[in-house]
Design a protein around this ligand. Structure first.
Ligand code: PNS
Length: 166
């Protein structure tokens, strides 16, 4: 039987505990997870694709189960190159559904052999997104337990930090 390779794609700008929770949930189901970091410099991410890839690799790379790669262009073409047929996406709330549904069906149209599997992160992370992480961090909010310390360090280096309001 061929290895069950899952691709977990995203911007990961930056990775947070909700993403890590989804990767952990893949362990009993797949033989390997490839975290695929989108090269989307035109969207002006806070971190370059190299930095985002490095952050993910620091947290989950190197144990034989999870590897990290960057990609540009169509996700299904990247998957073809690495021989993967399953996309994993996290579904936090009903509001995610419409966008995810569109993407899943478009990817299936582009390559009918590709399936998308949705996983729900731990409830504590159901409101967490990279956008909210950057915003809360920028205003000095507490992100303990939501973002790994190495990512908090990188955020400090990039955004600085305002004091919380008195
Ligand atoms: O974390 P994000 O930003 O919601 O991830 C979005 C991502 C990377 C999964 C999506 O933008 C993507 O797959 N981009 C690659 C281009 C592509 O294949 N588009 C067709 C699917 S609609």
């Amino acid at each position: 039987m061929s290895a069950r390779i899952a691709v977990y794609p995203g911007s990961f700008d930056p990775i947070h505990n909700g993403h890590l929770d989804i990767i952990a949930r893949c362990r009993p189901i797949f033989d390997e997870v490839v975290v695929a970091v989108l090269r989307n410099e035109e969207k002006r991410p806070l971190f370059s694709v190299e930095e985002r890839t490095e952050m993910v690799a620091e947290l989950v790379g190197g144990d034989g189960f999870c590897r990290v790669e960057s990609f540009s262009g169509l996700l299904v073409e990247f998957m073809e190159r690495i021989g993967a047929r399953t996309i994993v996406r996290g579904l936090r709330a009903v509001s995610d559904f419409e966008y995810e549904f569109q993407m899943a069906l478009m990817n299936r149209r582009l390559n009918p052999r590709v399936e998308t599997v949705f996983m729900m992160p731990r409830e504590d992370y159901s409101y967490l997104s990279s956008r909210i992480v950057k915003e809360v961090f920028g205003f000095g909010g507490d992100l303990a337990g939501l973002v790994p310390p190495t990512v908090l360090d990188r955020l400090s280096g990039r955004l600085g930090r305002r004091d919380p309001p008195a």
